[in-house]
Design a binder for this molecule. Structure first.
Ligand SMILES: [Zn+2]
Ligand SMILES: [Zn+2]
Length: 340
């Protein structure tokens, strides 16, 4: 038996004894998780029920870094003992989407700790192709958060938003993932990075992460006008989606990452159409996003002073998930030390 943080059918979430996953088969790897971040999705699964795991009981945890314990027979992958980051989405590599290089949209995708066993545990079994070595000098904590929260922001800013050197970027919502987007925009060479958030502390964190200016949404459009090349929306509300679109220059692109249930509009159509603005969604990340984030973090080009918050032992995961639900994380990720 091993220790694991398990969500049960009755909705209880506890750290308890759980069967070890067994030995890896062909193509698989057995990994000992070392650090695993607590994601907002974990709070949705455990507390508010706004997202569901595929089955219960299930081990949660999908933002992980650890050490390779064993590879299956005839399996290519990082050798036992290697420090690795765990790419959270297990994809089929066979469907049209995978073949088109859009594995985030895989028809048979399974996320660790949601559709298959997760990483809040002493051991996890997963495809060896989901492992990527951690660059030298990068901390366990940054490697873990690099697989999900930072990579999801990177996917939005770079892959979906197309931000590049000289881009003018505005980030709506900097209390969570959007804070990483501020640092990423800076790291890829944006000439101007503006933050917008209701909360003064979130505006302050954005300035600490490299934003040139930070505004309350009530004054944002007046201050920045329609002159941004890329607008990122991390809130998931109709008003901020419209604000993001209206902050765009001609030909600019707004990327919505925030998930919500309100119908959203893109402002007056005559403006949207004649100025050739774009509005796209962005969800999760691709393996390439994770690898690029780890390299940027290791090289020191991407500096995210607030992304790693408290580090807590495995036994405290349920309390950590509660804190995430209450928003008591100071804009940072709570990271679990699975070895403690
Ligand atoms: Zn997540
Ligand atoms: Zn697929």
């Amino acid at each position: 038996m091993m220790r694991a943080a398990v969500l049960d059918q009755d909705g209880s979430f506890t750290v308890r004894e759980w069967p070890e996953p067994g030995q890896p088969g062909p193509g698989e790897a057995l990994v000992a998780p070392v650090r695993v971040g607590i994601c907002g999705s974990d709070a949705h699964f455990v507390i508010d029920g706004s997202a569901k795991t595929d089955y219960q009981p299930i081990v949660l945890g999908h933002e992980a870094a650890g050490t390779v314990v064993a590879l299956g027979p005839d399996t290519d992958g990082p050798a036992p003992g290697t420090r690795v980051a765990l790419i959270p989405l297990v994809t089929c590599q066979e469907c049209d989407r995978c073949r088109a290089g859009r594995s985030v949209l895989c028809l048979r995708r399974q996320c660790l700790g949601a559709e298959r066993e997760g990483a809040f545990a002493d051991r996890i079994l997963l495809p060896a192709r989901n492992l990527t070595p951690i660059p030298d000098g990068l901390s366990w904590e940054l490697a873990a958060v690099g697989t999900d929260s930072v990579a999801t922001a990177y996917h939005a800013v770079v892959a979906r938003g197309g931000a590049k050197p000289g881009s003018r970027v505005v980030v709506w919502g900097t209390g969570g993932l959007g804070l990483s987007a501020v640092g990423i925009a800076r790291a890829v060479g944006a000439s101007e990075v503006i933050a917008v958030d209701l909360r003064e502390d979130a505006r302050q964190w954005a300035l600490e992460t490299g934003a040139d200016a930070a505004y309350h949404p009530d004054e944002a459009l007046e201050r920045i006008g329609g002159r941004m090349d890329v607008a990122l929306e991390f809130v998931g509300r109709a008003s901020t989606v419209e604000g993001a679109v209206r902050s765009l220059d001609d030909g600019g692109r707004a990327v919505v990452v925030g998930i919500g249930h309100e119908p959203a509009a893109a402002g007056r159509l005559i403006t949207f159409v004649m100025r050739e603005r774009e509005l796209v969604g962005s969800y999760g990340n691709e393996p390439e996003d994770v690898r690029e984030v780890l390299e940027l973090l290791a090289s020191g080009k991407l500096v995210l002073p607030r992304v790693v918050g408290d580090v807590i032992p495995l036994a405290d995961v349920p309390a950590g998930v509660q804190r995430v639900h209450e928003g008591k994380t100071g804009g940072s990720r709570i990271v679990v030390d699975v070895t403690a």
